[in-house]
Design a binder for this molecule. Structure first.
Ligand code: PLP
Length: 403
């Protein structure tokens, strides 16, 4: 049974108050809270194991290396990659996408080649391609979305040309909660011999991901959005692509032999991991993934889906409520009447309710939907129906102030 009260005990921060009210944390799309086991594992490693990984013959270094490499294996299992050589640790989704844009772009794209993204992307899946564009003169094709907030698949199909080299697409929209038909898109792209990068920042925290089943070529996610620490993330890449890409940064760890005449590079995945990795954060990430796995996806998904549907139902009865996007998954974006999203967010905060306001790092999407910003409530495995009720009561209260 999904024992929500017991689960909440694992997250000490949920017990605190904000402005004299119990904290209601609904900004999980931005970052999630951390269970005690994650913080304890990291504290333990710093206090009892700490040593730099990979290079040491001494006991602590070997123990730290073992934890770090076990964490890679935990990630591999979590997304069902076929090998740990395909799991690159990065600082997060943003760095993972930048790595692909930079290295794939350098090795496998020429002036005039094309990358396809969509109108619903986070800035971190737009700007890296623009940077590549300024260096390599590639072009960026943008798949439109419907008024409902879904990918226009018919138009997507028409965007493919002989110059298309990559599709880079979010699995779940961080603003609208749209779950894209990613398998269909991957099949479509592969039919054109085009690889696909999946920005899974908002899907890995909410659903089981199997990279082999998806058959995606790259997949990026952030530890902090899936109950893990900040500053650690993952790039999954099929070996066939990673092998053909040059290193991202130069330095220690990523080399095989170095001389002033010639340097050779380390094997996968270390070729992409220059410098001392955040080996304590990788341990924290592994404990977070273990925590999620122990609860089990079917219960988590049922719980979060139930909350999202309930929130949409309850909120729909508020006068002037306008939803932005379909909220397939754990995210409800909205505006109420003429109330500015910042005012609404600020007044909800005074009631202890943490939501996010603004453009959510998706300015082109705001433009497409004809809004400056939205209020976004995003749910996690520890949120409750009572919290949704308090949110709805809070919105009503603010709306009355503006009536
Ligand atoms: N992609 C999506 C869809 C996101 O929601 C986010 C963060 O909100 C990112 C990418 C960037 O993640 P990070 O800042 O952890 O690198």
């Amino acid at each position: 049974m999904y024992d929500i009260e017991r689960i909440r005990q694992d997250f000490p921060i949920l017990g605190r108050e904000v402005y004299g009210h119990p904290l209601i944390y609904l900004d999980n799309g931005a970052t999630t809270q951390k269970p005690r086991c994650v913080v304890d594992a990291m504290t333990d490693e710093y206090l009892n194991v700490n040593a730099n990984v990979h290079r040491g013959v001494h006991f602590l270094s070997q123990q730290a290396t073992e934890l770090h490499e076990q964490a890679r294996e935990t990630v591999r299992q979590f997304i069902n990659a076929s090998s740990t050589t395909e799991i690159v640790f990065t600082r997060g989704t943003t760095e993972s996408i930048n790595l692909v844009a930079s290295c794939f772009g350098q090795a496998l794209m020429q002036a005039g080649d094309e990358v396809i993204v969509s109108e619903m992307e986070h800035h971190s899946n737009i700007v890296p391609w623009q940077l590549l564009q300024s260096r390599r003169d590639i072009s960026i094709k943008v798949c439109p979305i419907t008024d409902e907030g879904r990918l226009d698949l018919a138009t997507l199909e028409r965007l493919f040309t002989p110059r298309t080299r990559l599709v880079s697409l979010c699995h779940v929209s961080n603003v609208m909660g749209t779950v894209n038909p990613i398998r269909e898109v991957i099949a479509m792209a592969h039919a054109h011999d085009v690889p696909v990068l999946v920005d899974a920042a908002q899907s890995v925290p909410h659903m089981a991901i199997d990279v082999q089943q998806l058959d995606c070529d790259f997949l990026a996610f952030s530890g902090h959005k899936v109950y893990g620490p900040t500053g650690i993330g993952v790039l999954y890449g099929k070996e066939q692509w990673l092998d053909r890409m040059p290193p991202y940064m130069g330095g220690g760890e990523m080399i095989d032999r170095v001389s002033f005449e010639r340097t050779t590079f380390n094997q996968l995945p270390y070729k992409f991991e220059a410098g001392t990795p955040d080996y304590v954060a990788t341990t924290g990430l592994a404990r977070a993934l273990d925590y999620v796995s122990a609860l089990g996806w079917s219960d988590i998904e049922a719980h979060e889906h139930g909350l999202t549907v309930y929130a949409r139902q309850q909120m729909a009865s508020i006068d002037g409520m306008r939803f932005i996007g379909p909220s397939d998954d754990a995210v409800v974006s909205f505006l109420v009447g003429n109330i500015h999203h910042l005012d609404l967010g600020t007044l909800l905060d005074r009631l202890g309710i943490a939501v996010r306001t603004g453009h959510h790092c998706a300015e082109p999407l705001m433009h497409r939907m004809g809004v400056e910003g939205t209020v976004r409530a995003s749910f996690a495995l520890y949120n409750t129906r009572q919290e949704v009720d308090t949110l709805v009561a809070g919105i009503r209260r603010v709306a009355r102030m503006f009536a």
